[in-house]
Write a protein that binds this ligand. Sequence first.
Ligand code: PXL
Length: 275
Amino acid sequence: MKRAVTIQDISCFGKCSITVALPIISAMGVECAIIPTAVLSTHTGGFKGWTFRDLADDIPSICSHWMKEGITFDGVYTGYLGSPEQAKMIEDFVEEFKPEMVFVDPVMGDNGKLYAGFDDRIVTAMKHLCSKADIIVPNLTEASFMLGEDFRHPGEYDEAYIRELLKKLTGLGAKIAAVTGVRYDDEMQGVVGYNSETGEYTEYFAPHLPLSCHGTGDVFSSTMFAALMRGKDLHESMRIAADNTCNCIKATIGDEKHWYGVKFEQCIPDLIKML
Ligand code: PXL
C-alpha cells in the first residue's frame, strides 16, 4: 500500500480539508498521514465568528520527529495553509522527504476572490510552493491570482484561453497542471489538464450542477490525488475525481439544512468501484 501525507487545515465542522481528505484517501486504499496547518472551528465560508489556531510551530517538529523515525512517503498532497510562511516549511519537508509525487492544490480562493484572511502574500507563497510540485490543481480563481491575470467568469473565455493558462501554470515549475471549474457554456463544467513534458492536453466535462457547495475542491483534489497514487493516469484520475465530486453534490442537492460541505460519505461505495 502506498503511503501519503496530506498537509492542510482541520476545519472541525463543515466537511472540507482534512475531514474529507483523510476518509477519501483511506477509502481509496492509500495510507494517509496528516500534518494539520491550522485548527478552525468551521471553514471560513458561510460561517461567522470561527476560531483559528495556527499550527506553524508544530510543522518543523513533526517533520524532524518523522525524520528520526525513518518514516518515508510516496506522495504528499497540500491544501489550505494557516499562513504564507508555512509554504516554506512544506518546501523544506519536500526537500527532506523527497516523496515521488508532490501534489499541490493552492487553496486560497474561489469565484474571483481570495478566502477571508488571505492577501497577496498567500498568492506569492503558493506560487513558490507550486514551483516545487509535480502536479498543481488550482481552480480558475487561484490560477488567475498566481498568474496576475484578471479573473474571467464562465462565458468570458474559450478553449484557447484555458490552454494558454495551463501553459503559463506549468511555467511556474510543475510538470502537470490541471485547472478545475472550467465552463465554456451553461451546460457543462469540467477540468482540463496539461502535461508540459509531452505537450498533451486532456479534459473531462460533466453536466453543470445547480448547486455550489463548500469543500468540493477538497473532495476533487483528495480523490484525484488518491487515484494518481493508485496508479491511474492523469485523464482517469481527473475523471474519477470529477465523477465523485458530482455524485457528492447530487447527494447534497435538496437538503437545505446541509448548506456547508457535501455528503461525501454516502458516495464512498461507488467511488471505490471506480478504482
Ligand atoms: O475548502 C477549502 C477550505 C479549506 N479550509 C478552510 C476554508 C476553505 C474554504 O473556504 O475556509 C478553513
